[in-house]
Design a protein around this ligand. Structure first.
Ligand code: ADP
Ligand code: MG
Length: 254
């Protein structure tokens, strides 16, 4: 069995692919664009401003890091850019669509179609094998039966886990679990890949493998990769780094 026909590349950026007037390089549709994003958390009478006026633009195929001390707002910003949290002000455009204006249902569909999210702590189903975890994600994309199984195998091969497909999460190392989580995020070939501290709990060898994989995805497949990290090793593969402090991007750094 070959991979032909299973992992068919879908057009990455339809709005660019169908535009004939300009060479692609001249177009300015950012993959991710945030304007004036603010987030105020309310708990009882207390309110806390976690983000204060974030502007950020990330071009297709780039690896963007979000760095900054603990509590600076990295996870909050990533969650907003992924449509998991709604900002209290500002807007977020992904692939030209303002996701802050979508209905909850349309947003869920948009996220499924375009975003692969790697959660901190993996969020794998403990009762399912690596293969079944990835298959389940493919099923959400309407890929069923044998095709889902074959595609799940290909995704796990791609992240270097061909020999661990029948293992359950408890029998995998942290690095292997992280790679299952990445394989699962790649189901449906998302243009946008977002990861929250993907190497935080990994030893140096596993951390390096995960970094290489994310770099490969951006450069070979023109995916846009947004990574929240504390890990200086990831800085080597980054195109751009934004530093957050107290909910603001530090100007002139990175
Ligand atoms: P980081 O990921 O950089 O460590 P977070 O985005 O998780 O930071 O949090 C930024 C700030 O917002 C922290 O002070 C945190 O306590 C606060 N915060 C995050 N989520 C909530 C929430 N749901 N309710 C109230 N405060 C929150
Ligand atoms: Mg965080």
């Amino acid at each position: 069995m070959t991979s032909q026909g299973l992992l068919v590349e879908k057009p990455r950026f339809p709005s660019l692919a169908t535009s004939t007037n300009f060479p692609a390089g001249m177009l300015t549709t950012a993959a991710i664009s945030a304007r004036g994003v603010e987030m105020v958390f309310q708990s009882g009478r207390q309110s806390y401003q976690a983000l204060g006026g974030i502007d950020l633009e990330i071009q297709p195929g780039q690896i963007q890091l979000l760095m900054g001390p603990s509590g600076s707002g990295k996870t909050t910003l990533l969650s907003i850019l992924a449509g998991i949290l709604t900002p209290t002000a500002g807007n977020v455009k992904l692939l030209g669509t303002d996701i802050t204006r979508l209905t909850p249902k349309a947003l869920a569909q948009f996220r499924l179609a375009h975003i692969g999210f790697v959660f901190q702590g993996f969020n794998l189903f403990p009762a399912l094998t690596a293969l079944e975890n990835v298959e389940l994600a493919l099923q959400l994309h309407g890929i069923k039966g044998r095709t889902a199984r074959l595609e799940a195998k290909l995704l796990l091969e791609q992240v270097g886990l061909a020999d661990k497909m029948t293992f359950k999460p408890r029998d995998l190392s942290g690095g292997q679990k992280q790679r299952v989580a990445i394989a699962r995020a790649l189901a449906g070939q998302p243009e946008l890949i977002m990861a929250d501290e993907p190497t935080a709990s990994l030893d140096s060898h596993s951390g390096h493998a995960v970094i290489t994989l994310l770099h490969h995805l951006a450069k070979e497949r023109q995916a846009t990769v947004l990574i929240v990290t504390h890990d200086p090793r990831i800085m080597d593969v980054a195109d751009r780094i934004a530093y957050l402090e107290d909910g603001k991007i530090q100007p002139g750094v990175g």
